[in-house]
Write a new protein. Structure first.
Lengths: 442, 250
């Protein structure tokens, strides 16, 4: 039996259990399944998968989750504890008891996909899969075949939501399961929101999460998107985030990856209207035998669009990282500014990084730059910190974190910053960003 | 405070220090002078605990402890702080962070709790003003893009905040113009008290115009060949090191 069959057999099992679906989604499910069957899992012969071998996923046995049971203790142990509108998914299934959407302003909705498919299926149907169709990758096809749960966030024009919207995807320990969540964010003109997607796995979890997020930003909309990925050390995490930006819209992505045995993130950002702006911050931290692959693609399809991308990789043990960043400037898309930087820190001799910036420019009046660097900790700096009384382990942690400084400074959510600090540097004697602690005005 | 006995040290198999003896009592300021290659920086490095320096013989006792048994950070926590000749740039770590983390690391080693934020702010504000540094330096990365003078002021600022028992200042005057030297010297002088000791390692006498040492030692070819009071420094200034080399060779 070939690998796709194992997965598609699950689909038969799955479809028979799905009820009350609109007919269009059943049709897409079939299209996704057919596409996946035809493509199969990617191999390293595919350029986009050259450095990432997914056979561990392809050969895996992942059941479908049966329930979303989770005790408050287990939930509290791993969730981010902050004031937010919250949807919680356990192994991909909605947990009504742990979700707490709270009161939302008029004109803003945060719903589980399963509910939106029934209540609001025409609007959802018009956008779901528009940016991430089944041809994007075999994983997108597979996701489409199974897509049933996730989150749908809609903001009407001019609506601003103060508190972050928190989507927690909780992965339980136990026998391996797979989930294929979908996130759809549709922000009306001049609306404003912050969305936090948090993927976290219990220590012994060995699940496969394959998520697709689609973001539509209407004119002047402003969205800050955090993705905090803390999958367990034996988990597989594949994701793609697709962003469609109209004129004057503003998008900021904070793609923070700490966990997972095998991680692949794709980010595709289309700047489709003048003065659309995107800022892509990324951090990937790998240890032991972790493999973290980030592929980003910024398409400047319109003149006067701006992108700034800064990815930091930190790899220890025998970890392996991949950064592939493509910046594309369409013909005659003049006065574009596109900057990209990828810096990597190798903490051991056996850690490895493959970094590949790609610039494709078809306009002449543009400002673009890209750069990639790889280095090691400065031992003189380690000594200098120790010579001030800071112990060696902390000194190394601190300098490792300091390497990701720009990304850390951009991480304005303290609860998220703390998770990253703790993972990368261990327990530090002080909060890393002391800004504001000391008022130095005269 | 510090007692160095018959200290021999090698770097890559070459013996650089060949039996250094030095005793520094609380409250004293000592200056070690010497020509290039005499072993001044090796002595500083051994005291600070740098890698690559092997002590083949002798002992160093600091405040009753065997210094050579202490890790780099333990030396600092015990109160021996080194001011570097070439302060290293630490991108991404803010000055304010270093000051607070270092101070709290010391306090923790002494079994004290973290310094309360208002107290820390007050302390930092006072000392940064004293060192004639702009408060914006606190939010900048440690030494990053600092001029030579600013880096040295920053070293002294750390001393003023961390209040060591023994301040070891390695060529602290190198790269300083006269105004910066005055500020740095003023900072060092303000560290002086009856309990704290200071060891200045310097090639030139000019720093000693601003900081009057109690004792001056001349290090030549890995040994202290002559000790005296501040007048010895003036004599070296006037006559150079030649006569001492001849005297010690005789």
């Amino acid at each position: 039996m070939s690998a796709p069959d194992t997965f598609l057999n699950r689909l038969t099992e799955y479809v028979s259990s799905a009820v009350d679906e609109p007919s269009w989604i059943a049709a897409r499910r079939q299209a996704g399944a057919a596409r996946f069957e035809a493509l199969g899992f990617p191999t390293r012969r595919h350029e986009a998968w050259k450095y990432t071998d997914v056979s561990r996923i392809a050969n895996g046995e992942f059941a479908l989750p049966k329930d979303a049971e989770l005790s408050a203790e287990r939930f509290d142990a791993l969730r981010l504890n902050f004031d937010a509108h919250r949807l919680v998914f356990v192994d991909g299934l909605l947990s009504e008891t742990l979700s707490d959407i709270g009161a939302l302003p008029d004109g803003i909705s945060v719903e589980p996909l399963s509910k939106a498919l029934i209540d609001n299926h025409e609007a959802v149907g018009g956008q779901l899969g528009r940016l991430a169709n089944v041809d994007f990758s075999p994983f997108a096809a597979l996701n489409t075949a199974f897509a049933h749960e996730g989150a749908v966030i809609r903001l009407d024009a001019g609506k601003v939501i103060e508190k972050p919207i928190y989507l927690l995807f909780f992965s339980r320990s136990g026998s391996p399961v797979m989930s294929h969540p979908r996130v759809l964010i549709s922000a009306g003109a001049n609306s404003e929101a912050m969305v936090v997607e948090h993927y976290v796995g219990e220590q012994d979890a060995a699940n496969f999460t394959n998520v697709i997020s689609e973001v539509f930003l209407d004119r002047g909309a402003n969205l800050t998107h955090y993705k905090l990925q803390e999958a367990a050390q034996s988990e597989f995490h594949v994701s793609s985030l697709h962003v469609d930006q109209s004129r004057e819209s503003n998008f900021a992505s904070h793609n923070l990856n700490l966990g997972g045995a095998l991680v692949r993130n794709d980010l595709v950002c289309d700047l489709n209207g003048e003065n659309a702006e995107t800022a892509l911050w990324g951090l990937f931290f790998g240890q032991e035998r972790q493999h973290v692959d980030n592929h980003t693609q910024v398409n400047h399809n319109s003149p006067r669009t701006f992108s700034n991308e800064n990815y930091k990789g930190i790899l220890g043990g025998r970890a392996r990282g991949v950064f592939n960043g493509r910046v594309y400037i369409k013909r005659d898309a003049q006065q574009v500014r596109g900057y990209q930087s990828n810096a990597n820190l190798l903490l051991s001799d056996r850690a490895e990084i493959d970094t590949k910036p790609e610039l494709e420019i078809y306009a002449d009046d543009v400002q673009c730059s890209h750069g990639a660097t790889t280095g090691q900790l400065d031992e003189n700096a380690v000594f200098a910190l120790r010579a001030r009384g800071i112990d060696e382990q902390t000194a190394r942690g601190l300098l490792t974190l300091a390497f990701a400084n720009e990304v850390m400074e951009a991480t304005r959510l303290p609860e998220v910053a703390e998770r990253v600090e703790r993972a990368v540097a261990g327990k530090l004697p002080e909060r890393f960003n002391l800004e504001g602690l000391v008022e130095v005005s005269e | 405070m510090l007692e160095i006995k018959n200290l021999h040290a090698t770097v890559e198999g070459n013996e650089i220090l060949k039996g250094v003896n030095l005793t520094i009592n609380p409250g004293e300021v000592h200056a070690i002078m010497g020509p290039n290659g005499a072993g001044k920086s090796t002595l500083s490095a051994v005291l600070a605990g740098r890698d690559g320096y092997e002590v083949s013989e002798g002992t160093i006792t600091f405040d009753g402890k065997d210094l050579l048994e202490l890790e780099v950070e333990e030396r600092a926590q015990a109160g021996l702080l080194m001011g570097f000749q070439y302060p290293v740039e630490i991108p991404g770590v803010k000055n304010i962070y270093l000051l607070k983390a270092a101070l709290n690391a010391q306090r923790e080693a002494r079994g004290e709790g973290d310094i309360p934020a208002p107290e820390f702010m007050k302390l930092v504000k006072e000392q940064i003003a004293f060192m004639k540094m702009d408060p914006s330096f606190l939010q900048r990365a440690v030494n990053e893009g600092f001029s030579g003078g600013e880096k040295k002021r920053n070293e002294i600022l750390q001393m003023l905040i961390l209040q060591p028992k023994l301040a070891l200042l390695d060529e602290i005057d190198s790269g300083l113009d006269i105004d910066a030297m005055k500020v740095v010297a003023e900072g060092i002088n303000s560290l002086r008290n009856s309990q704290r000791s200071i060891l200045l390692v310097t090639h030139y006498q000019r720093l000693l115009d601003y900081i009057t040492p109690d004792h001056v030692h001349v290090l030549v070819d890995g040994r202290i060949v002559k000790s005296g009071d501040k007048s010895l420094a003036h004599e070296l200034e006037a006559r150079g090191y030649e006569w001492i080399l001849e005297e010690s060779a005789a």
